[in-house]
Design a protein around this ligand. Structure first.
Ligand code: FES
Length: 358
């Protein structure tokens, strides 16, 4: 998950590391205080270390390869509250940990709903949920927590790609309930593969634009989507990387003023430098190529290493650093944690080698 910020990160993906970027940052801060738009910045992801024991109460087919899971507390108690954009960290029976956006009704304190597309060639989390979890199964989860917060704004353009509708759906319903101007552009491989069309049809159809790739091609251009943005709209986008890239590129020429987006996959590594990782416990030295993450290199040697979001916000891949200087690119560790810990999915070494407690 990520969001659009001005100025953008430098070519190594770091926020404002040099003098020019610091000066630009100061100018932006002054501008924000004058225009009162600092609230559009995303707050850091809050860690929620609370285990929830949940039971799968209902499973529904929501589209081709998509199932929704209704989860209730095993003890029947009320569930913690959540807001649109929140997700659960779900611990699967094999020990895999995965994040799933909550896509039900935040007013319903008796149940959560998540929806999952089965990815046959994926890392196994979605297959496990589809194939091994049934009604009555128990799951442990943590959260809800919010790495994609819905901010009250004067107007919205929501953009969803396929299963990316899951965090967007509660936002759309919230905007509709608030009476805010909103538009939704919903894309997907085919209409049959796009979940929750029935629920969207109950909203204002004039505000919903369905754009399947088999009818309209892929990916849609950013300007094609952004033409629907209400004036000075805040844009929320969750979908495939090419759509996010196109929207980011064309946003400055649109009527929209801010963009928040959530990725499905690891962010691209920009101008990464190669480095070595020394694993002390397994007494191995690995090379991390410029276009690969440390986590990918480690998984070659330790296939069952724990990871989840691969985007630096969940903290599952945190690893103790014994020596070396880390280029921290996560959004989850505190400054104190960063003195001896790194998230291997996104962070890199500033030097030639880093030594990890693995
Ligand atoms: S896997 Fe989530 S922070 Fe690394």
């Amino acid at each position: 998950m990520d969001d659009y910020q001005i100025p953008p990160p430098d070519l190594r993906g770091r926020a404002h590391p040099d003098r020019m970027f610091r000066m630009l940052g100061a100018l932006i801060t002054a501008f924000e205080s004058l225009t009162n738009c600092a609230h559009l910045r995303r707050p850091p992801t809050q860690r929620v270390d609370r285990d929830l024991n949940l039971v799968v109460d209902e499973i529904r087919v929501e589209g081709q390869d998509v199932r929704s899971f209704r989860l209730v507390a095993a003890g029947g108690e009320k569930l913690p509250s959540w807001q649109p954009g929140c997700h659960l960290d779900v611990l699967l029976p094999t020990g895999r940990r995965r994040q799933y956006s909550l896509c039900g009704d935040p007013r319903d304190r008796g149940s959560y709903r998540i929806a999952v597309r089965r990815i046959a060639a994926g890392a196994g989390g979605s297959r496990e949920l589809h194939d091994c979890v049934g009604t009555g199964s128990t799951l442990t989860a943590r959260g809800p927590r919010n790495a994609f917060p819905y901010v009250r704004a004067g107007g919205y353009l929501f953009i969803a790609g396929g299963i990316g509708i899951t965090p967007i759906l509660p936002m759309v319903k919230q905007a509709a309930a608030d009476g805010a101007p909103w538009q939704l552009v919903y894309t997907g491989r085919s209409r049959a593969s796009m979940p929750f069309l029935d629920e969207l049809s109950e909203l204002d159809p004039a505000r919903v634009r369905l754009r399947s790739y088999d009818e309209c091609g892929f990916p849609p251009s950013g300007s094609e989507i952004l033409q629907y943005a209400p004036d000075r709209a805040t844009v929320y986008c969750c979908g495939p990387a090419p759509i996010i890239a196109n929207v980011r590129r064309d946003l400055p020429d649109s009527a929209a003023q801010a963009l928040h987006f959530e990725r499905f996959t690891a962010p691209p590594i920009v101008d990464g430098q190669p480095f070595e990782i020394a694993l002390t416990r397994s007494n191995r030295v690995l090379t991390v190529p410029p276009d690969r993450s440390a986590l990918e290199a480690i998984r070659q040697q330790i296939p069952d290493i724990a990871y989840s979001c691969r985007q630096g916000f969940c903290g599952t891949c945190r690893t103790r650093v014994i020596s070396g200087e880390v280029d921290h690119r996560d959004r989850v560790l505190t400054d104190r944690e960063r003195t001896d810990t790194m998230t291997t999915c996104v962070s890199r070494s500033r030097g030639d080698q880093i030594v990890l407690d693995l």
